[in-house]
Design a protein around this ligand. Structure first.
Ligand SMILES: NC(=O)c1ncn([C@@H]2O[C@H](COP(=O)(O)O)[C@@H](O)[C@H]2O)c1NCNC[C@@H](O)[C@H](O)[C@H](O)COP(=O)(O)O
Length: 540
């Protein structure tokens, strides 16, 4: 019946639910949005994607009466799928800015990962789950990786064993999914876990559906090293060319112009097409960096938002967008907060946003005043969307030193001495696409933005950008040892060995490349096969 293709979605307006809508539509289902508690009680099947923080979510559920309706819907064992926070809210309470009371349907308290176990928090990436009880929607997962992005988790113990259907190891064994009858919930994001994730959604939406194409089994055992394409990750550095078309470009040490008479912007293809291709080729994440965002105004840059909306319709792995995120006053004196800019990016399909120049200014201010004003774009966006949704992109330039004492900033001994035989270097941060050097080092910046609420660091290197000679191992080691949030190594990838080198010599959690993929010099799969051969866990 017509009703069979409809799923009711409880979207209380925080964060990016667009990815899930895209996945549900991709699977051929229509969405009915919950407006009133009655819509919950009348639902044939209900999906509750929780994004953001526990307390504000419980606030909305309590104020709107949705919480009560949810409890009776679940107690009637009606078809339900909770995702991420949508799982956590089912528990008694959470320590997140708490304790905060939850819906109390499942015994247990949601707590923060214990970073003293040596794990980086947030838990961001592709990890393996151990199925502990038959759970129909997980039947196709086999030993494949699924995508997690969270700082809090619920723990299995005697009183909730009857609910737990799988666990995942990250420092400790936390609850990855629950199931009782028709009630399901998962801590990972099926809408961002590629074909494996789509199979979980398909099995919930249509329990009788027999998977046409059996999924490959996989050998997942733990958190995989991530390999990002910068589309800009497969990053694409995107900008408008002189004709005003939005193109994927790629710089040599950030210079994106062809060395021809026309001196035009290097055009490496259409962002949406490339993103879709990288997804099919197995990219773990895709990012768009609007490299002239510092000049233009993102909300005025409709082509960029269009690209994001279209790309997210066919890319079911995490999408990060950056460029120009800051408070802004337009020519008509209309003031826009960076939160409004980020909100539009999330509404358009971004799972994470990336802040470049504005994070440098926030860190300088913080180091000067030692006060967290809470006003910076970084602090505002991570408070509302959670730090796991905020990446800080660092654009440093290497400066060689005879003696570390020559500068006040943290320096490191370099593997390859400088042109004058200098044994040390510090890494000066820049803003506006490498155009302006700032009085702060990458080390000081990384530590400051971690304290201000960044969930991840995208560590580029202007010197290595587009050179194909490998990542700056000294820089990646310096920064990945300095912070306890995940660090993405970026700039300089030229061969598969460069990926195993950065993962074996540093604590980078992910590695990003652009040029070699745009120019189709190295297939994504060959990077993954090489890492597997080297015994490095990757998502296949
Ligand atoms: N002229 C440029 O290239 C350039 N100018 C600005 N950006 C990026 O755009 C964003 C601007 O953000 P804001 O407006 O400062 O918040 C920043 O994240 C900054 O890194 C630029 N690109 C940064 N791109 C660097 C990498 O992300 C690149 O993709 C790797 O170096 C991998 O390249 P490779 O594998 O080919 O070596």
């Amino acid at each position: 019946t017509a009703d069979d293709s409809v799923v009711t979605l409880l979207d209380y307006g925080a964060g990016n639910v667009r990815s899930l809508r895209n996945a549900i539509r991709f699977l051929g289902f229509n969405i009915k949005d919950v407006q009133t508690p009655e819509d919950i009680l009348n639902a044939k099947r209900l999906i509750f994607p929780g994004v953001g923080a526990f307390a504000p979510a419980m606030d909305v559920l309590n104020k709107t009466g949705m919480g009560e309706a949810l409890c009776s819907y679940i107690e009637q064992d009606r078809p339900f799928l909770g995702i991420c926070l949508g799982l956590q809210l089912l528990f008694e309470s959470s320590e997140e800015n708490g304790p905060v009371k939850g819906l109390g349907l499942i015994p247990g308290i949601v707590g923060r990962f214990d970073s003293s176990n040596g794990v980086r928090v947030p838990h961001i990436g592709w990890n393996a789950i151990q199925i502990t009880r038959e759970s129909q929607i997980l039947d196709d997962i086999g030993r494949r990786h699924v995508y997690f992005v969270h700082s809090y988790r619920a723990m299995p113990f005697d009183d909730n064993t009857e609910w737990v259907s799988s666990t995942c190891n990250y420092g400790d064994n936390f609850i990855a999914s629950i199931r009782r009858g028709n009630v399901h919930a998962v801590q990972f994001h099926p809408e961002k876990s590629g074909d494996v994730g789509l199979s979980v959604l398909r099995r919930f939406l249509n329990p009788k559906s027999e998977m046409t194409k059996k999924l490959a089994q996989g050998k997942a055992s733990k958190l995989a090293k991530r390999h990002l394409e910068v589309q800009g990750h497969c990053l694409s550095d995107v900008r408008t060319n002189d004709k005003g078309d939005l193109v994927v470009t790629k710089g040599d040490q950030y210079d994106v112009r062809e060395h021809t008479k026309e001196n035009e912007v290097r055009n490496l293809g259409k962002p949406v097409d490339l993103a879709g291709q990288y997804y099919k080729d197995g990219a773990d994440e895709v990012s768009f960096l609007n490299i002239t965002g510092f000049r233009d105004f993102p909300l005025g840059d409709l082509p960029m938002l269009q690209v994001l909306r279209h790309a997210s319709e066919n890319v079911f792995v995490p999408l990060t967008v950056g460029g120009g995120i800051r408070d802004f006053t337009d020519a008509n004196g209309r003031y826009y907060s960076s939160l409004e800019v980020a909100a539009e990016y999330f509404r358009s399909g971004a799972d994470k946003i990336s802040i470049g120049s504005d994070a440098v200014y926030a860190a300088e201010e913080y180091l000067k005043t030692k006060v967290k004003s809470g006003k910076s774009s970084l602090e505002q966006i991570s408070r509302v969307y959670g730090n796991q949704a905020v990446v800080v992109s660092i654009d440093p330039r290497r400066v060689y030193l005879k003696d570390p004492k020559d500068v006040e900033f943290k320096s490191t001994r370099v593997t390859n001495p400088g042109p004058n035989g200098d044994q040390y270097a510090w890494y000066q941060c820049t803003v506006n696409g490498g155009r302006e050097g700032r009085p702060i080092g990458a080390y000081e910046l990384a530590k400051a933005v971690e304290e201000l609420g960044a969930g991840e660091i995208l560590l580029n290197c202007i010197d290595c950008d587009g050179q194909g000679k490998g990542f700056d191992i000294d820089l990646v080691k310096l920064i990945s040892d300095a912070v306890s949030i995940p660090v993405i190594a970026s700039s300089g990838a030229g061969a598969v060995e460069h990926f195993s080198e950065v993962f074996s010599k540093t604590n980078a959690s992910a590695a990003l490349a652009a040029g070699i993929f745009h120019r189709k010099e190295v297939p994504i799969q060959s990077v993954k096969e090489h890492l597997l051969q080297e015994g490095i866990e990757v998502r296949m």
